[in-house]
Design a protein around this ligand. Structure first.
Ligand code: ADP
Ligand code: GN1
Ligand code: MG
Length: 367
């Protein structure tokens, strides 16, 4: 493996030999390795990632976004006196000045500095950590408020268009390519009952109540690196889906992943519950981090964003299960179905607690 990775590394503007390589992190999409490179007696760590071409149809355009956003963030971080080598991602160019490298098999690779002494979490370990992550994601959006949205390529078309995700699920149901439908009829019914709900944010946008902003679109807790020493968030990562989107979806995606009592693929649903105290911490942090940047319409729709992202993600897992598990990485049979049911359980919980969820937003935003 090291020899192949070395060939890739040699195409980038760094010198040295890989002395260690390992698969790294728990992302569902890209093929991520941590590599240690030795040059003239010194070692340095990098993240070398093979970009998932099935998911991202145009890696070159994706990397244009990635390079533009990271250099914009770098300037903002320098301006506020931060450390740009650890507080944002730093991609390294190829020897011919490109943002990613295409290998002989047509696979695309990127190389970024490894953020040293950092850690990411698949589950909230301490409540303050979730509050801190909310401030970080809210602030990330704030830092990008003046980024020219029209220059961004759409890396996945209709990424958080929930009615379109519903349509994709119904297509997969119709095709039933792997004969799994009979097993998931109740789950499909759950989605069907929410067909109208799925349109809520698109309608609010069309009515001018929900603006498009530059958003991250994949704000789960493990897409933040925390500093090992201080325990504080350092760097927002996974910038593949930065596109114009709704702030309430960034809020919502964090809630579905973090404000829960279980991991995303927990199969024992009795252990999966919406944790409203974590939700409250996140609301507080996100509103603070956004620095007054959320409109009344956005604040009003935050709780719906939480239910929407959870519902949408559940539909995406179910679609992938019906389609033979080709999108999200799985490590065991049935994992995508467990993930789908887990998300739907959270949706039911949140629906019951919607009035309280709204009250909490009011408490922190005085709307
Ligand atoms: P995916 O799209 O598959 O989720 P990510 O870009 O999120 O890929 O990377 C997967 C994991 O690798 C992250 O959750 C994080 O733990 C780790 N990681 C990614 N980039 C870095 C980095 N520059 N420094 C340290 N860890 C990183
Ligand atoms: C994927 O790339 P990763 O693992 O951070 C997915 C998200 C889902 C998430 C579910 C590009 O995120 O949209 O919400 O899995 N990313 C993409 O865990 O589809
Ligand atoms: Mg990730």
């Amino acid at each position: 493996m090291i020899k192949e990775l070395q060939n890739v590394l040699d195409g980038f503007q760094i010198d040295g030999q890989i002395i260690f390589a390992e698969h790294y992190g728990s992302g569902h999409i890209n093929d991520t390795r941590r590599v240690i490179v030795k040059n003239e007696g010194k070692t340095r760590e990098y993240i070398l990632q093979k970009i998932n071409k099935k998911v991202f149809k145009n890696p070159v355009e994706l990397m244009e976004n990635y390079a533009a956003v990271t250099s914009f963030l770098r300037e903002g971080i320098i301006a506020r006196g931060g450390d740009p080598d650890r507080e944002t991602l730093n991609p390294i160019k190829t020897r011919d000045g490109k943002n990613c490298l295409m290998d002989e098999e047509g696979e695309y690779w990127r190389l970024v500095l490894f953020v040293t002494d950092s850690v990411s979490y698949d589950k909230v370990e301490r409540p303050e950590q979730f509050y801190d992550s909310a401030v970080a994601f809210g602030n990330f959006q704030y830092l990008l408020r003046n980024f020219p949205a029209h220059t961004l390529n759409e890396t996945i078309v209709n990424f958080h268009n929930t009615p379109d995700r519903y349509r994709q699920l119904m297509d997969a149901v119709k095709a039933d390519k792997y004969g799994r439908l009979s097993e998931v009829e109740a789950d499909v019914e759950f989605a069907r009952a929410r067909e109208e709900f799925a349109k809520t944010l698109e309608i609010a946008h069309a009515e001018g109540k929900l603006p498009l902003k530059v958003t991250h679109n994949d704000t789960k807790l493990n897409n933040i690196l925390f500093d090992k020493a201080s325990g504080k968030p350092l760097c927002v990562i996974d910038l593949d889906t930065i596109m114009p989107g709704y702030s309430v979806n960034d809020f919502g995606d964090s809630i579905r992943f973090g404000a829960t009592t279980a991991l995303e693929d927990e199969s024992d649903l009795s252990k999966v519950n919406f944790d409203i105290s974590l939700y409250e911490l996140y609301v507080k942090g996100f509103i603070e981090g956004a620095n007054g940047g959320l409109t009344d319409g956005e604040l009003d729709l935050l709780p719906i964003g939480a239910i929407m992202m959870t519902f949408e993600c559940g539909m995406r897992f179910l679609t992938d299960y019906l389609s033979g598990d080709t999108y999200f990485r799985t490590s065991r049979p049935g994992q995508n179905l467990d993930r789908a049911r887990n998300q739907f359980k959270l949706v039911s919980d949140m629906e019951k607690k919607l009035p309280e969820m709204r009250e909490i937003v009011k408490k922190y935003s005085q709307i």
